[in-house]
Every structure is written in C-alpha cells, then in structure tokens.
Design a protein around this ligand. Structure first.
Ligand code: SAM
Length: 283
C-alpha cells in the first residue's frame, strides 16, 4: 500500500482504539489538507531529515512523507499509536524511523543527518520545555535548520513578542537572540479532535548562522530568567542576586536600574549579559 492509499485518520483511530488521552496532550489533526499545509511551512524537505515529536495516529507524519521528506524520525510516548505508525512506515519503506518513549528523555536529534528540520504538533505540556532545549544547545548553529511547531496561540505570541508587550519575556529573548521567528497561521479549536480549549498557532523558526548580538548564552539565559521571574520589579531589584553592584553595572551600560524587564530590548539584554560576565571575571 502506498501513502496515498492509507485509510482516513478517523478510521485509523477507530481501528487502533486511539481514544484521545488528555494526560498526553492528545488533540489530533485529522484533516490531511491541514497537515499538508503545516508540513509545507517547513519548506522543501526533500533533502532533509525531519524530527517529529508526538506523531500520534500519524496525520502530520504522513504529510511530511508525502511532501518528500528524506526521512522522518518520530518519538511517540503512547504505545497504542505504534501499530498505526508502523502502517505508515510500511507504506514509505526506510523513510520512517519510530521511537517509543518520552521526548524529554529520548532525543534522537544527534543521530539525524544534516540538514535537519524539526516539525511537530507538540503536546502542550512539554512544548515549551522542548523549545527551550532546541534554542539553547551548547554549540551554535544547532543541528537543526528550522523548527516548525504548533503551540497554543498564547505561547506562539510569546516567541515572537517585542519589548513593551505583555507577551515579551524569556521565550522571546531566547528565540530572537539566534533565530528568526514568525507565526505562520492560527488554527481554531475545531481543527483538532478532540478540540482543545484554546486557539493554536504554527510557528516557523529558522536558526541564524550566528547570534544577532554578542553574549554568552548561559549568562543571557540566567539574566533573562531572573529579570522576567519578577517582571513587575525594577531591574536593580529583580537582578540583585546576579552581582553585588548590579545597579552600577546597569548604569555603566546605559540601562536605568529603575526600568522593568519588559522594556529591555534584546540588544540591551545581550549587553547586560556581557557586562555581567566581565564584572564576574574582574571580581
Ligand atoms: N502529531 C499528531 C497530530 O498532529 O495529530 C498528534 C499531536 S498531539 C497534540 C501530541 C502527541 O504527542 C500525542 O500523540 C501524544 O501521545 C504525544 N506525546 C505526549 N507526551 C509526549 C512525550 N513526553 N514524548 C513524546 N510524545 C508525547
């Protein structure tokens, strides 16, 4: 059987008894036109290995293969989905590699052959954690060229947010430091089975060859986490634990210590991370 001849996803779900489990963030996409649209946001995949987290009954997996992905490597936590995924694998010989496990513990990314694209309709409960991992590898550029990911709209907005907005925070700084990020389109709850409570959005993130501004990524992460952990406080208070003379360091790089995190640009956060590093070295 070819990929085109596989049964409709509703039938697959029925045949394999894949009643959705809330605990696994299971909101399935059953419309292959829609999964095709998501797969196409990743660009031409014919030369790419694709990492997919949470293939479920395989709607997006099929689309990725139909769009010509060289290979799809998928990690699924729910063993009930594996027989359905094996059927897809049989229809696309040698192009689908399945792993059963928790994507937070099992990471096949290092085994994929570059160029690599990550494409996933992520389970909402681990989506942010996976994104932060992909954005903060030890070396840059990362193993992947692009991430095409479905999130709750509110998370998508946090990734592309600009200073001064309520959504601006750690995710925006970490994403925009070394990547280009945009929201491709939104999906209403009815696009999923069962429908989630909120609107979703597909985000496309591409890795820049180098960071936009110089900064030690670990220190930047530390500064931003502290700054936004107490986002209503002035920087001199929220960042107090970083250095004994925080207010002085802020002033020395032209940042008023009375400002709040949400007014600080990416460039300023990078300058701040550099200043913290220099002050620590000097101290
Ligand atoms: N890709 C499918 C689709 O678009 O219809 C399913 C998406 S559903 C939102 C999330 C999927 O992630 C489910 O299949 C769920 O079982 C799986 N999942 C949940 N937690 C996981 C984890 N820790 N590791 C790997 N997969 C997980």
């Amino acid at each position: 059987m070819s990929l085109e001849q596989l049964p409709p996803l509703r039938q697959v779900i029925e045949t394999h008894g894949l009643a959705a489990r809330k605990s696994l963030g299971q909101n399935f996409l059953l419309d292959l036109n829609l999964t095709g649209k998501i797969a196409r946001q990743a660009g031409d995949l014919t030369a790419h290995d694709v990492l997919e987290i949470g293939p479920g009954p395989g709607g997006l997996t099929r689309a990725l293969l139909l769009e010509g992905a060289r290979k799809v490597v998928a990690v699924e936590a729910d063993a009930r989905c594996l027989p359905a995924l094996e059927e897809i694998s049989a229809a696309a010989p040698d192009r689908l590699e399945l792993h059963h496990g928790d994507a937070l513990k099992l990471d096949p990314l290092p085994t994929l052959t570059a160029p690599v694209a990550v494409v996933a309709n992520l389970p909402y409960n681990i989506g942010t954690e996976l994104l932060v991992r992909w954005l903060t590898p030890a070396n840059w550029p990362p193993k992947w060229d692009s991430l095409t990911l479905m999130f709750q709209r509110e998370v998508a907005e946090r990734i592309v947010a600009t200073p001064g907005s309520k959504a601006y925070g750690r995710l925006a700084v970490l994403a925009q430091f070394r990547c280009e990020a945009r929201i491709c389109f939104e999906l209403p709850p009815q696009a999923f089975s069962p429908p989630p409570k909120v609107t979703s959005a597909v985000v496309h993130i591409t890795a820049l060859p180098a960071p936009r501004f110089a900064a030690n990524p670990k220190i930047l992460s530390e500064v931003v986490a502290r700054a936004f952990n107490q986002r209503r406080k002035m920087l001199r208070a929220s960042l107090k634990g970083l250095l004994p003379d925080m207010a002085e360091v802020l002033t020395s790089i032209g940042i008023d210590p009375q400002r709040r995190a949400e007014t600080v640009s990416l460039q300023e956060f990078c300058a701040l991370a550099e200043a913290v590093q220099n002050a620590r070295r000097a101290g």
